[in-house]
Structure formats: structure tokens, C-alpha cells
Design a protein around this ligand. Structure first.
Ligand SMILES: Cc1cc2nc3c(=O)[nH]c(=O)nc-3n(C[C@H](O)[C@H](O)[C@H](O)COP(=O)(O)OP(=O)(O)OC[C@H]3O[C@@H](n4cnc5c(N)ncnc54)[C@H](O)[C@@H]3O)c2cc1C
Length: 428
């Protein structure tokens, strides 16, 4: 997990207000804090536990352009540029490396999907192309996969999730942002209909703008203000190996596994073929919004009734209430990881000598169209939302933080923000 950031402890709370308060210390909140502080805007970031304690340290570490919804392409291209720039400024502390990504296809339906995406992305100058099975064989010698074709992005990269967000947070503090950890925001305060502060467990903090970057908690944070943000969460499981020589340097997904080489010499391995969604009260609240996605993805979504289901219906206040040190830490789905591990060892027999060091899971927040919301809320002056990164917000992180800061500061946006507007959903 992520190393501790030398932030200000809740016990050293001064209660001093700020122009902007950011709720959430994931990659989005920390990047936003960095780009605001660099403009000299007084900024406080509040994180209920540790920096990057939820999705931002648990993810696979892919920074990819390929396969994205075309609405995200201009933003990911800016983000890739910022990854390089920031990592160089931080002396490599984010572990960013251009390594290429390969999405391999094992059936005709998937191959057609790859060609279709490439056709849609043609206008955006993405560095991606389809490879034949023979070309993939030359790129990844010795693989035993039954891969028909693959989508290849040679300039895509990877970074180290446990290091990247803490490094951005440290940089934001050097630029002047105040970051408090173990500090949970209970609610957003309005005066005369506009943002005037946030309410905490131990008092309040005055501000004129709030950025909601609370990952999977964002929808519940907005609800008391009458803002409807359709957002659900799915569980994704992951394992890492001990340091291991002989695996590929390029990140590969498809054929029943995903792998990414780590800075510590091991590999981060995922399954990527199914998502587990626990049925909670929000599943019914937002069912009409998510029907389209469920129809498209029904093969890969597994619904389950579990502990969170009961809690969300029986004690909804408690369920939705963020508390200091309350962290979403779902159990990994070991049967999925076992399948991924077997598939990986069949494809790359060398991995039979690798050892599993750790397994974990994270809860991914998703929107109905799989695209984030990076948007002012017109009904509430001073309220900004940057959330719903739908399983691919790590790669977007620096660019999304920059765009969020541009909108907060009323500066020229780095890319057109309209595709990310909250008004594309029924939000009132
Ligand atoms: C297993 C897994 C694999 C993934 N793989 C990839 C990948 O390879 N590439 C990629 O691009 N993306 C990937 N993702 C998605 C990516 O991790 C997320 O999209 C991204 O980290 C979202 O960042 P965030 O800052 O919005 O949310 P988070 O990282 O979840 O941060 C939100 C923060 O807000 C805090 N918070 C919430 N409410 C409050 C409150 N009221 N008060 C104070 N603090 C609060 C939380 O504690 C949390 O730290 C993956 C995700 C998972 C789980």
C-alpha cells in the first residue's frame, strides 16, 4: 500500500479557511491540489484516512490511451504528457515509464471491436495500431497465447500506484497546499444557496469553493444538497508477485489475465474478465441510468448480495457516512485471481517459477457511460465535481487534476470539458 505522506495530522487542526477545499486524497484530489497551489490559490485537501488509501493505490498502474471512450482521448493525451513532465520533476518518484500496452484478442468479435475502436480514434492522432498474430509473436517472443490480433500502443506507459499519488501530494504541499489526513468531511455547507464551507467531525472550515473528489463516496456526499449523481461501485481483485525475471516488459491484457511489470521487479496481475457488483440501495436508485451499461456488459457483471447489501438497506445513514479511517477494503475474489494466475502461467510458462506475494481488491466507482464527471454544478455556485473515473482514472489522474483546477480557477481549460459535464445525466 501507499507510503505515509507527511501531511498535517487532524490533531494539528487550525480551522483556518481556504479559497478551495478538496474532499478526497486520491490521485484526482491530489493532482487538483497541486495545480491549484501552483497558481497561488489557497487550497486545503481533506482525506478521511491516508493519502491514496482506496482506488489510487490499489490499481493496476496502467496509463493507457488505447481502448478509451473517444471523449476521453484529448484528456489522456494531455495526461500522458503530464506524467512524463511530473515524474521528471519529481526525480522518478512516481515510477512512470513508457513500456507500451497490448490488448490481445482471442476471438473474432473482440478483433472486430479493436478495429472499430481504431477507426473511431483515427481523428485523434493516437499512437495505436492493430498487430497480426505473427507481429505479436515477434513483439512478445515465447508466448503461448492463442491470440488472433492485438491492439498495440507503443507509447503507453505504467506508473507505480503506491508511490505516484503520495509523490503528487508531497509536491502539492511544497507548492503551498495544506493536506490534512484522518479528517473526514461530513457535509458541504451552503449559505444563500452557494458553498460556504465544509462540516467535519471536529468543527467546520470556511471556503468559497469545494471540489468533490471522493471516489466511490462522491454520490452520497452530494445527495444532501439535492444533487443526483448516478454512481455505483464494483469490486476488482489483484495480486502481485515477488521480484521475477523473464516476464514481458510490455503491459498485456486479454486472454484471461492482465499483467504490468512493477518497479520492485515483480508483476501486478489481474483477471479483468468479470466485475463483481454488490446489490445495495443505490443499485435500485440508479437502475434506470445503468440499464444500458448492464445490457452491454451483462456477460462480465456478476451481481452479489453480501454484507454491504444488508447494511445499505438496514442502516443507510451509517452506510453512506464517511468516517475518519473508514476505508473501502473489500476481500479479493480469490477464485478470479486463481483463474488469472493459471491463464498467465499457461501463456507464459516461466511464471510457474514466480511466487505470489500479496492479494487485494479495490472498489471502483462507475458512471452509467463509463466516463468521469469533471464539472461545475450550476445549481450550487462554488461546487465542483471530479469523480466517476470508472476504472481508468489513474492514467487520467494528472490531466484530470489539471482540468479540474482549470475549471475551479476559471482559466482556459486544458481540453474541452463539455463531454464530462454532470448535466449529461439527470442530476437534479
Ligand atoms: C483493482 C483496480 C485496478 C485499476 N486499474 C487501473 C489502471 O490500471 N489504470 C487506470 O487508469 N485506472 C485503474 N483503476 C481505476 C483508478 O484507480 C481510479 O479511477 C482512480 O484511482 C480514481 O481516483 P480518485 O481520486 O477519483 O478516487 P480514490 O482513489 O478512490 O480517492 C478518493 C479518496 O476520497 C476519500 N474520501 C471520500 N470521502 C471522503 C470524505 N467525506 N472526507 C474525506 N475524504 C474522503 C477516500 O478516502 C479516498 O482516499 C483501477 C482501480 C482498481 C480498484
Amino acid at each position: 500500500m501507499a507510503p505515509r505522506v507527511n501531511s498535517i495530522a487532524a490533531s494539528e487542526w487550525t480551522g483556518e479557511g481556504a479559497d478551495v477545499v478538496i474532499i478526497g486524497g486520491g490521485i484526482i484530489g491530489c493532482s487538483t491540489a497541486l495545480f491549484l497551489a501552483e497558481r497561488g490559490i489557497s487550497t486545503v485537501l481533506l482525506e478521511k484516512a491516508e493519502i491514496a488509501c482506496e482506488q489510487s493505490s490499489r490499481n493496476w498502474g496502467w496509463c493507457r490511451t488505447q481502448g478509451r471512450d473517444v471523449r476521453e482521448i484529448p484528456l489522456i493525451l494531455e495526461s500522458m504528457r503530464l506524467w512524463q513532465q511530473l515524474d521528471a520533476q519529481l526525480g522518478g518518484k512516481m515510477g512512470f515509464k513508457v513500456c507500451g500496452t497490448l490488448n490481445v484478442f482471442t476471438n473474432n468479435h473482440a478483433v472486430d471491436g479493436g478495429h472499430r475502436w481504431l477507426e473511431q480514434a483515427r481523428d485523434y492522432e493516437v499512437d495505436c495500431r492493430m498487430l497480426s498474430s505473427a507481429e505479436v509473436g515477434r513483439l512478445v517472443p515465447g508466448h503461448q497465447g492463442k491470440w488472433r490480433e492485438a491492439l498495440y500502443a507503443p507509447t503507453d506507459g505504467r506508473a507505480e500506484p503506491s508511490l505516484a499519488t503520495p509523490a503528487i501530494a508531497e509536491r502539492a504541499m511544497q507548492a503551498g497546499a495544506r493536506i490534512y489526513t484522518h479528517t473526514s468531511v461530513r457535509g458541504i455547507e451552503l449559505s444563500g444557496g452557494r458553498v460556504s464551507g465544509v462540516v467535519l467531525d471536529h468543527g467546520r472550515l470556511a471556503c468559497s469553493q469545494v471540489v468533490v473528489a471522493g471516489g466511490a463516496w462522491s454520490s452520497a456526499l452530494l445527495r444532501p444538497l439535492g444533487i443526483r449523481l448516478p454512481q455505483l461501485a464494483v469490486t476488482e481483485s489483484t495480486l502481485r508477485t515477488e521480484a521475477f525475471d523473464g516476464g514481458p516488459d510490455i503491459s498485456i491484457k486479454g486472454g484471461g489475465f492482465s499483467i504490468r511489470k512493477r518497479l520492485d521487479g515483480g508483476y501486478t496481475v489481474g483477471f479483468g474478465s468479470t466485475m463483481m457488483a454488490e446489490i445495495v440501495a443505490d443499485s435500485f436508485r440508479f437502475l434506470p441510468d445503468f440499464l444500458g451499461l448492464m445490457r452491454e456488459e451483462w456477460r462480465s457483471i456478476r451481481l452479489r448480495v453480501g454484507r454491504r447489501s444488508a447494511e445499505s438497506f438496514l442502516s443507510p445513514r451509517q452506510f453512506n457516512r464517511p468516517q475518519a479511517n473508514k476505508v473501502l477494503d473489500p476481500a479479493p475474489i480469490r477464485s478470479d485471481l486463481a483463474k488469472a494466475w493459471r491463464n498467465l502461467q499457461t501463456t507464459f510458462p516461466g511464471f510457474r517459477n514466480a511466487r505470489i506475494a500479496e492479494q487485494w481488491a479495490g472498489m471502483i466507482d462507475v458512471t452509467p457511460d463509463g466516463v468521469p464527471v469533471i464539472s461545475r454544478v450550476d445549481a450550487v455556485p462554488g461546487l465542483m465535481v471530479s469523480t466517476g473515473y470508472s476504472g481508468h482514472g489513474f492514467g487520467l489522474g494528472p490531466g484530470a487534476g489539471r482540468l479540474t483546477a482549470d475549471l475551479v480557477a476559471n482559466d482556459n481549460p486544458i481540453v474541452d470539458p463539455h463531454p464530462f459535464s454532470i448535466s449529461r445525466f439527470r442530476c437534479g
